[in-house]
Structures are given as structure tokens and as C-alpha cells.
Design a protein around this ligand. Structure first.
Ligand SMILES: Cc1cc2nc3c(=O)[nH]c(=O)nc-3n(C[C@H](O)[C@H](O)[C@H](O)COP(=O)(O)OP(=O)(O)OC[C@H]3O[C@@H](n4cnc5c(N)ncnc54)[C@H](O)[C@@H]3O)c2cc1C
Length: 283
């Protein structure tokens, strides 16, 4: 491992200054992705800039909108009863995430900024219509999460920008949701994951959101499935059609974990099961 300097600024302004002064400097939050890449030689940073002392990045606020600071760990999500009661999807993704040790370090912001197609928080945040707040030397901007992902490991962030928080609309009383994930063994990244979120008006679905992970270069929303579900009551024929459309919207690869055709079948099965489970969710 090539030696590198490690900086721990206490403000974003200081972080931007260091990032501008050192070529190849990289931000790090929990380090659970970054350190693996450095140890394997895939990453050789000019320096690491820890976001760990910038307290403004770790707040959780529920108000007219909900703000989840980027440095919030997966463990802190689980330990926040108001947050998980308002958005059960977050807990569904956080609970099976890695191990206690990893959950105590891994941040929500790092999960999103790492831009792995298999990141577990990504489909649930897409299904919740999340936006990301970004701050850089030029100011602050907000981007819908589905426009933030640009490819595997690639995001909309400019070189010195920091993702500061995840922004969610307030929860709705009629909201129903489900997250399903399959991996080969525990502590492995997802083969495929599916998150659904919608409102139930009587027995009809409104504002349906369906997102999938590990089946395309980026985590993605399955918009044809969403359009199909809008305003409809769920029955067997609708589930068959949703499952069929889901297969057509993804572009899975074959790798050491699974074949593309297995991932396609699994996605359609998980879409069917997640919609069914969300409809049956009691509140
Ligand atoms: C054993 C193990 C098990 C794992 N299991 C899972 C799992 O079950 N599910 C899953 O989804 N992931 C898993 N991961 C991957 C990893 O833990 C997560 O992606 C984690 O959320 C990354 O967060 P972090 O804070 O550690 O990111 P870091 O490693 O600190 O950073 C990741 C990337 O994001 C950038 N970054 C981080 N924060 C910001 C920010 N606020 N603004 C701008 N850029 C930023 C960094 O520069 C870096 O490029 C696992 C990793 C390990 C080692």
C-alpha cells in the first residue's frame, strides 16, 4: 500500500481547500469501500480527507422534509426509531446490511457515493424519491437520486463536491413498502434487490415506485412497472404483467455471483413478491 497523508478537517470549507490543494486527494467517510480499494491497489489517493469530524454531515432531522446527513451510519439509521417508523424501507435495507462492525462504520452517503450497482440503500432511496444535497466550493445544489448515478462507481459529483445529505418527502399515512434482497451467502453483496413503495387508496396503488439493484450499470427505477401499477388494484394478472415488464427494463450481467438470465428471473420474482408483500403490510 502506497503511503498517503490523512486529513481531518472540521468544516466543509476546510475540506474543499485541502481537496483543491492536493492532486488526487479523495474524501473518505467510514472507509469500508475506500480502504478495500486502497488495499487491493485499485485506488492510490494523493491523500485521504476524512469527513468524520464535520458534524453538520451527521444530523437526522424530520420536519417539512426529512434530512439524513451523509455521514449517518447504517447502524445509526437502525437506532433512530422515529426515522425507521416514518420510513420502514430504510430499516429493511439496513438490518441485513453486512455485520454490526461494518454497519457501525459504513455511511449512507458513502453507500450512495460509491455508486455500486449493488448498493443496498440505493433502491430503497430511489423508491422513496430521495434527492441528494451536494455542496462544493461554488455553492449548494440538489439532485434527484436517479439523476445522481452515472455508471458503476460514477456519480454526478464534481471533483471537490461533497454529498451533504439525503432529502426525503415527509411520510404519508397510506404508504406501503417492501425491500427484498437475495445474495449467495450472508455478508455478500446483493445478487439482485428490489424496493417498492406506494400509497394505497382503497385497494388501488397510487404513486408507485419500483427500484432494483445489481441488475444494471446503476441502481434504477423500473418506470414501465410503475406506470403499469398507477391507479390499479393488484390481482394475479397485474402481477404477471409487472414481472414481465421488470425483466425488460433491466440489463444484468453474468459474473462470478450469478448469470444474467438468473438475475432476470430473480428480479421478476422479487418484483412480484415485493408488490404482494407491500399490499399485505399492516400499519
Ligand atoms: C465486509 C463488507 C460488507 C459489506 N456489505 C455491504 C452490504 O451488505 N450492502 C452494501 O450496500 N454495501 C456493503 N458493503 C460496502 C460498504 O460498506 C458500503 O457501500 C458503505 O455504505 C460505504 O460507506 P463508507 O462510509 O464506508 O464509504 P467510504 O468507503 O468512506 O467511501 C466510499 C466512496 O464514497 C465517497 N464518499 C463517501 N462519502 C462521501 C460524501 N459524503 N461526499 C462525497 N463522496 C463521498 C468516497 O470518496 C469513496 O469514493 C460492504 C463492505 C464490506 C467491507
Amino acid at each position: 500500500m502506497t503511503p498517503f497523508d490523512y486529513h481531518r478537517p472540521e468544516t466543509l470549507a476546510e475540506a474543499f481547500r485541502i481537496a483543491g490543494a492536493i492532486p488526487g486527494a479523495r474524501y473518505v467517510a467510514g472507509g469500508t469501500d475506500m480502504m478495500v480499494r486502497i488495499r487491493s491497489g485499485r485506488e492510490r489517493p494523493g491523500a485521504l480527507i476524512s469527513l468524520g469530524r464535520i458534524d453538520t454531515l451527521s444530523r437526522i432531522e424530520l420536519g417539512s422534509v426529512t434530512q439524513i446527513g451523509a455521514r449517518t451510519t447504517i447502524g445509526q439509521v437502525l437506532e433512530h426509531p422515529e426515522l425507521t417508523a416514518a420510513y420502514p424501507l430504510l430499516a429493511l435495507a439496513a438490518r441485513p446490511f453486512a455485520s454490526v462492525q461494518v454497519r457501525n462504520l459504513a455511511t449512507v452517503g458513502g453507500n450512495v457515493c460509491n455508486a455500486s450497482p449493488a448498493a443496498d440503500m440505493a433502491p430503497v432511496l430511489l423508491a422513496l424519491d430521495a434527492r441528494v444535497e451536494i455542496e462544493g466550493p461554488q455553492g449548494t445544489r440538489e439532485v434527484p437520486l436517479d439523476a445522481f448515478f452515472k455508471g458503476p462507481g460514477q456519480t454526478d459529483l464534481a471533483p471537490r463536491e461533497v454529498l451533504t445529505s439525503i432529502v426525503l418527502e415527509p411520510p404519508r399515512p397510506e404508504a406501503r413498502s417492501c425491500f427484498l434482497r437475495r445474495s449467495r451467502v450472508g455478508m455478500d453483496i446483493a445478487l439482485t434487490s428490489v424496493a417498492v413503495h406506494f400509497q394505497l387508496a382503497g385497494n388501488r396503488l397510487t404513486r408507485p415506485r419500483v427500484a432494483a439493484g445489481a441488475v444494471a450499470p446503476c441502481p434504477l427505477r423500473l418506470r414501465a412497472v410503475e406506470n403499469l401499477l398507477e391507479g390499479r388494484a393488484v390481482d394475479a394478472a397485474l402481477l404477471d404483467e409487472a414481472a414481465r415488464l421488470a425483466e425488460g427494463e433491466i440489463a444484468p450481467i453474468t459474473d462470478i455471483r450469478a448469470s444474467a438470465s438468473y438475475r432476470r428471473r430473480l428480479t421478476s420474482t422479487l418484483v412480484r413478491r415485493a408488490i404482494t408483500a407491500a399490499c399485505e403490510e399492516s400499519r
